[in-house]
Ligand binder design. Structure first.
Ligand code: SF4
Length: 374
């Protein structure tokens, strides 16, 4: 039982645009077949087999991401996210409480570290087809499945940019007709234009449900506009204040993905967020939930030289100055640990700007002359 994880029972992550399904965002993705029924989402033979196998203590290959960490003796995603301590009465049946949905890849930005299979804007720039493979059968089967669920369920909409998807508002409206106790979340670039923002606010207000707005950004001003290409910084600030002051928005999550292009502005962004929250919404709950870019590896901060740690030190100083001033800041310690881990990550990698660099770097750890490959 020591390998079981609640997320194998509770989570369903559906990427309609690329027709992929996971049960947990860190587990293996499976392609969606052409024909399937409602059991496919959280009661398929493959997820049942994973539940059985982990209840027997096996390290199921779907969860390789976690076993890699645990076998190396470092905290895994499972160690932070598993919500159940006792699995003795757990069966193979699903217990769905969290559904994240990518309806399509429509997006108005083409961030430098994003890719064509996630942003329609990048697909257009690169002259490749926009990924929008979800079929009517997929959406209808999903709706039929959701109508069978009960209890409290979080629906998290991802993209692309969910607020730009024509499917988003109708899907929220449909879920609202069901008896399920829904909470809604979106992960947004906060760049939504005024008319669409108006439509979104109408959806939020009329849902009568609590919303969590997760905001993707990690830097400030022009750096944000250039690295998160297509972003209008003034619009970002206006939308941020709108979310912070909308009563139905119960919580804001700041979701920076630290990378080499944005690291110098992280401290300014943290300062701006804290000042803004103190000024416009001192009673609104908010938290930071950081991650980092690993691909392309050239902008992974591990490949920066250690001099760049000064940017994180500045971010740590700013955060230390502000975090005690907010009574509504959640998980304050978690972000402190995150900043320290970003500090420690810098300078731990190799920079692969050419094939020659890559091979010569590998040579150091392989302890063998690989130069014949060049
Ligand atoms: S073990 Fe890891 S990958 Fe598997 S469900 Fe849990 S958190 Fe996800």
């Amino acid at each position: 039982m020591k390998t079981a994880c609640s997320k194998s029972w509770t989570d369903v992550n559906i990427d309609f645009a690329n027709r992929l399904i996971r049960n947990c965002c860190r587990s293996k993705a499976y392609p969606m077949p052409d024909d399937y029924d409602i059991d496919f989402f959280n009661n398929s033979p493959q997820i049942q087999q994973r539940r059985s196998s982990t209840l027997s203590g096996e390290q199921h290959p779907d969860c390789a991401h976690c076993w890699e960490s645990e076998n190396a003796g470092i905290p895994s995603y499972r160690s932070q996210q598993n919500k159940w301590k006792d699995f003795s009465s757990v069966t193979r049946d699903p217990h769905t409480t969290y559904i994240d949905v990518t309806l399509d890849t429509i997006c108005d930005q083409s961030c430098l570290y994003c890719a064509a299979d996630t942003s329609s804007q990048i697909a257009q720039e690169e002259g490749v087809p926009i990924r929008d493979d979800g079929t009517e059968h997929d959406f209808e089967t999903f709706k039929r499945w959701v109508s069978t669920l009960s209890g409290s369920i979080v629906f998290n909409f991802l993209g692309g940019e969910p607020t730009a998807s024509k499917r988003f508002a109708p899907m929220v409206e449909y879920i609202n007709t069901l008896s399920v106790d829904a909470q809604f979340e979106i992960c947004t670039n906060c760049n939504t234009k005024a008319p669409m923002m108006e439509r979104l606010l109408k959806t939020i207000r009329s849902s009568g449900k609590p919303w969590n707005i997760s905001i993707s950004n990690e830097t400030f001003g022009t750096d944000a506009e250039l690295s998160r290409y297509g972003l209008d910084w003034e619009r970002f600030k206006t939308n941020f204040v709108t979310y912070a002051t909308t009563p139905q928005v119960k919580n804001i999550t700041l979701a920076p993905t630290t990378n080499a292009l944005s690291i110098r502005g992280l401290a300014d962004y943290i300062e701006w967020v804290h000042e803004t929250m103190l000024t416009v919404a001192p009673d609104k709950s908010f938290s930071w939930h950081g991650s980092y870019i690993t691909r392309p590896s050239v902008i992974d901060i591990k490949n920066l030289d250690t001099d760049h740690r000064k940017h994180i030190v500045r971010a740590q100083e700013v955060y230390a100055r502000y975090h005690n001033q907010h009574t509504k800041l959640q998980h304050a310690e978690r972000f402190k640990q995150y900043l320290q881990s970003m500090h420690d990550r810098i300078g731990t990698g190799f920079s692969h700007t050419t094939v020659k660099d890559f091979v010569l770097d590998k040579q150091q750890v392989k302890n063998q002359d690989l130069s014949k490959l060049l």
